[in-house]
Write a protein that binds this ligand. Structure first.
Ligand SMILES: Cc1cc2nc3c(=O)[nH]c(=O)nc-3n(C[C@H](O)[C@H](O)[C@H](O)COP(=O)(O)OP(=O)(O)OC[C@H]3O[C@@H](n4cnc5c(N)ncnc54)[C@H](O)[C@@H]3O)c2cc1C
Length: 446
């Protein structure tokens, strides 16, 4: 592995588990949701844009590490929120959850984009290695040693907690690209390796949106006045000169696209077929868990459970120890939950695998004839699944994926801009029986 960051050289030693800001369990996610519920309506709408500083993000849910791994599903979070607030009071929160689904679906419609971005990232990272000026500038940024104080604080918060507020992510990405002049690909990689919720779709496309590559010609420019207003907790003790906000770029052009037309091309989607019941006997039917989907509402009863380890987040540098610890804990929690949920059908001891060899040995030892997993979206796990499919096929074992109804419902509408999807939110909520069917076409939130 190439290594971009000297600070990331220390390996995972397990100690980081105790440094995690939140326990990587579904129970913790549910407790956080319960605590946030009273605020998910008008309070969220009014206060969600404030970055209140590390450890003080009580205006937002901080559920993203759980939603990203489907330790909590989008549908159940929406159901809880709409159980306490009317759709019109909760519309901002509901809309944000659908932003996540929009990015996931949009990326699924471009199945070559993730590999294209990986290739681009490797090239940009190689170029950095041979360019001392840029490398120094990159190192100052990721070490939080720039002349922009709030930026340095965000770096520290990200490294120490694995979380940044949405507004901070937008400002950070904008300053990275337009003030520091660094390649967006390296910024997206830095985020992905350090965010507990690091997600190939929301993150890569979020960076591209800020850079002006998603909505053509429309960049997001962070301004000193907006940071002073919504990030007051960070900067109220400094004047713009001392905080470095006076240095922010005040105008910028969209950056040049480096992904190929092929990578950006929309393709017809081939969804996995709905899972077909196997009749009475589910002998030899194993559940394969990945950290893309740790939900256990399954269309079958497994006789064995095996979990893949989380794939490294990057080809060019190490995943942060916090992210490794969270993912590892989340997978262990899911296996434990599965052991309880399927105690009556499980015949084989469950396994948290270290790699594909472990999975193969387990499959052989327990006579597994078919492994079933929730659909794995664009990202690094897809490659692991493709490798697994090849080795399993060599042994005559089937690998079957099933798709969640929620994704099947919403992703087809994530092909263009968010507006196209957003206006259908009332229909989606009605289809999930979370709200009454809309009587007329109204924009969501009216
Ligand atoms: C440059 C950049 C990179 C980002 N990288 C990621 C990432 O890797 N993973 C990730 O989950 N989100 C990412 N986001 C989106 C957003 O910042 C986070 O989802 C949000 O800050 C998570 O905090 P929360 O759970 O407290 O959000 P809340 O405000 O409480 O929102 C509730 C849920 O809605 C979803 N959500 C909210 N805002 C967005 C959004 N703008 N886009 C997509 N989903 C959203 C999340 O699942 C979130 O948990 C990124 C945004 C930007 C601008």
């Amino acid at each position: 592995m190439r290594t971009l960051e000297k600070n990331d050289q220390f390996g995972f030693d397990g100690l980081h588990q105790s440094l995690l800001p939140w326990q990587p369990t579904r129970a913790t996610g549910l407790a956080m949701l319960q605590q946030f519920l009273p605020k998910a309506g008008r309070i969220y709408q009014a206060q969600r844009n404030e970055d209140s500083g590390s450890g003080n993000h009580f205006n937002v849910s901080r559920l993203s590490p759980y939603l990203r791994r489907r330790m909590l599903s989008e549908q159940e979070v929406l159901a809880k929120v709409l159980g306490q607030h009317s759709p019109s009071d909760a519309f901002k929160f509901v809309q944000e959850v659908f932003w996540r689904t929009y990015w996931k679906g949009w990326l699924e419609h471009r199945p070559l984009l993730w590999q294209g971005y990986q290739q681009d990232l490797r090239e940009v990272s190689d170029t950095l290695a041979g360019d001392k000026w840029r490398r120094d500038s990159y190192n100052r940024a990721v070490d939080g040693q720039t002349e922009i104080q709030p930026f340095n604080e965000w770096v520290q918060e990200l490294r120490e907690t694995g979380y940044l507020h949405n507004h901070a992510r937008m400002w950070f990405a904008s300053i990275w690209i337009f003030t520091l002049g660094l390649p967006w690909q390296l910024g997206a990689d830095f985020f992905l390796r350090h965010l507990l919720d690091g997600d190939p779709a929301s993150n890569t496309l979020g960076w591209r949106w800020v850079a002006g590559l998603h909505t053509q010609g429309k960049i997001y420019l962070a301004t000193a006045s907006n940071i002073r207003k919504c990030g007051a907790a960070r900067v109220h003790t400094y004047c713009d000169h001392d905080s470095g906000l006076a240095r922010l770029a005040t105008s910028a052009q969209p950056i040049t696209e480096t992904l190929s037309a092929m990578a950006l091309q929309k393709q017809p989607l081939e969804w996995p077929k709905p899972f077909a019941a196997r009749g009475e006997s589910t002998d030899g039917l194993g559940l394969l868990l990945t950290d893309d989907d740790l939900a256990l509402d399954l269309p079958f009863q497994p006789t064995g459970v095996v979990a893949l380890p989380a794939s490294p987040r990057s080809d060019v540098a190490a995943t942060s120890p916090l992210v490794q610890a969270f993912s590892k804990g989340a997978i262990a929690d899911a296996v434990q939950r599965a052991e309880i949920a399927y105690a009556s059908t499980l015949r084989a001891p469950s396994l948290t695998a270290d790699g594909l060899d472990d999975v193969m040995q387990w499959v052989d030892a327990h006579g597994i004839k078919e492994l079933v997993h929730a659909y794995v979206p664009s990202g690094n796990n897809q490659q692991t699944i493709a490798q697994l499919q090849t080795v399993l096929a060599g042994r005559g074992v089937r690998l079957t994926s099933f798709m969640r109804d929620y994704d099947r419902l919403v992703w087809p509408h994530a092909q263009k801009g968010f507006f196209q999807l957003g206006k259908r939110i009332p229909e989606f909520l009605a289809a999930m029986e979370l709200a009454e069917a809309p009587t007329e076409q109204k924009a969501f939130g009216d």
